[in-house]
Design a protein. Sequence first.
Lengths: 365, 419
Amino acid sequence: MTGEPLVVNVGPQHPSTHGVFRMKLTLDGERIVDCEMIMGYLHRSMEKLAEERSWTQNIPFTDRTDYLAAMTGNLAYCLAVEKLASIEVPPRAHFIRTIMAELQRIASHCMAIGTFVNDCGAWHTPLMYMLREREKVLDLFELACGARLTTNYMRIGGVARDLPPEFLPRLRAFVQEMPQRIREYEELLVENEIIVARARGIGVLPADKAIAYSVSGPMLRGSGVAWDIRKADPYAAYDRVEFDIPVGTHGDCYDRFLVRLAEMRQSVRILEQALDMIPPGPVQTPVPLALRPPPGEAYGRIESPRGELGFYVVSDGGPSPFRFHIRPPSLINLTPLPEMVRGLTVADAIITLGSVDIVVGEVDR
Amino acid sequence: MRPLAPWWDIRDLGNAVGALLEWLADVGAPSWLTYVVSSLVGMLALLGWALGSQLFFIWAERRLIARMQVRLGPNRAGPFGLLQPIADALKVLAKEMVTPRGADRILFWLAPIAVVVPAITVLAVFPFGERMVLADLNVGVLYLAAISSTAIFFVFVAGWSSSNKYSLLGAMRSVAMLISYEVVQVLALLSVPIFVGSMRLGDIVAWQRDYNAWLVFLQPLALLGFIIASAVEVNRTPTDIAEAESEIVAGYHTEYGGIRWGMFQLAEYIAGFAVAAVMATLWLGGWTLWGLEEWVPGWVIFLAKVYGAFFLFIWLRGTLPRLRIDQLMGFAWKFLLPLMLLNTLLAGLEVLVWRETGAPAAVVLPAFALGNLALTGGLVVGWAVLLGQLRPERRPARPLLVRELGAIYYRPLEEAREA
């Protein structure tokens, strides 16, 4: 029995599109025949705006692309400019950057897992528990730089200011508490019959397709590809700490969720080591305020919570970038979505979108 | 039934009404007047109880779920936020009621009113105490099943008349789910009259009091099936698929605002109380509590049981994620329905054995209780194994932890299934 297909717009205003993102689903009953993604509702023209501002003035933009992971945005951009201008960063700043990036990963994954389980229909309970831990990370950020969300903490050549004296003890307390919390989540969510039933085998992205789509981050690892820029192209202090890469086996929503949860554990491990290894010393190399990098181009990339976040910057020797391009992991991870949801039901499409973990600010820039 | 006590005996509020009716008869009122008065008193009492309970439970549910979610919940309006439901109700009353342009105006207006009717009507047969029952029907259980399922008709009307795709999807889901779970629910209900030999709810309570055995001990499987089926009917997580917020916004009442939306909420809450009252009456001994009803008013015991049963649904809502619709339907047809059929057969056999052998209840009932409990556990686990709920890919997993880059560990799920 076939009839006229039903076209349903999921978004731009919808409880679970994680921002102003729109999916145009063509349905046959509850089955998805086709999915069209419509992006651009949050386009703010950041790449063009950045060409009018000085190199340092562009750092706040990188807070606002991926607003759930401002620290990693800062870090990627600063790495790119440091590469371009050949600036050395003091060792203490490397460790502070590592600590901030890993804290940000924990905060961002808390949000990702919480909203994913919310999309599965849990009535906010796991999300609230996750937000509790995220609050602690944001408190630490507030301590270090005065802001919670748009931190603007990294600088070209280091970080804005040294950590306050009470930061490291509070971080240590957090690191000691966190493994127990993660175990709590694992007991509540990983072994939850309904979550397994809902997410296993749904939104499958095979490894070859994942590579072909240039997907990165937990999504790529969920598809079973062992790839992590922290190991492949170490930056900050990642070559000095030990950690494992969690890898899924079936490439479905459940695996992506598991990988994120396991990555939180690894982040805590990195934080533990960084706490013991952090050296004293300066936190910033003096850099002229009106920085004029020599003409050339550089690409700085990091493993952001969502995947490979890259900044491609070109200098013509002037006070502002000639070209400022972002490689947003959210956008590129989103591209295989129509292929992943075809043939599934509406409910599956929602959790598949949730498991991709997009931040629309980064998708549309 | 015990003789009428003086009107001030609040152990059973039916005494007061009985005294009023006797006085009416004494002063020479016609018989139809006593009938009208008793009906009116009963209806107003039920309506008042339902609305009052709803107002209280809006607050209680929000506070309880907030506690489960490590937050405080409403605490600004009045002491402990107790006035929050009043504020909510005023807000809902004051809001504009928008009718979408493409809507079928009459049906759109009718649906929220009509949906409350079956929800309230169902309450008529519950014995709150020995005399506190508005309509002591001899087909009470049948009445429950018949009336409670008519609400779905108006849910579909609401979804259809809204001219909204989310509403239509929600309404379609509601109907599909209800048709499946109604079967399960009726079979679960059926096992109780088989045991008791009467469909009158008063008789069912009396049977449990006389034999000193709640039917939850004799029919645990039926109660389990009923809880699951009724969770579907009252639209609460893990089965709130009809109004799955993260998928189809608000399901069939997406386009409703103001008091019209409030009516849907009201109907849903009252349906929830009705389901809890069924659980309390049929399986948990109704207004009796092992002789305590001689001192504590029976209706207090009954309400405690109802609210306790309702708390179960709140608890579930705060704990579980939602199933997908096909999984839920599969669960009804493949898992619950066979178990309920088996349970009905079993109940019939047990009653037959009891009647044929003529063994004393003190021997037979504990034996049945133990046997049924063991069978319930065995059947639930066994059926799950048989249906492959314990297949390797359905087990919780952990990701691999690797150090070397570049390797691919991907394995299609089908391979894991075959292995």
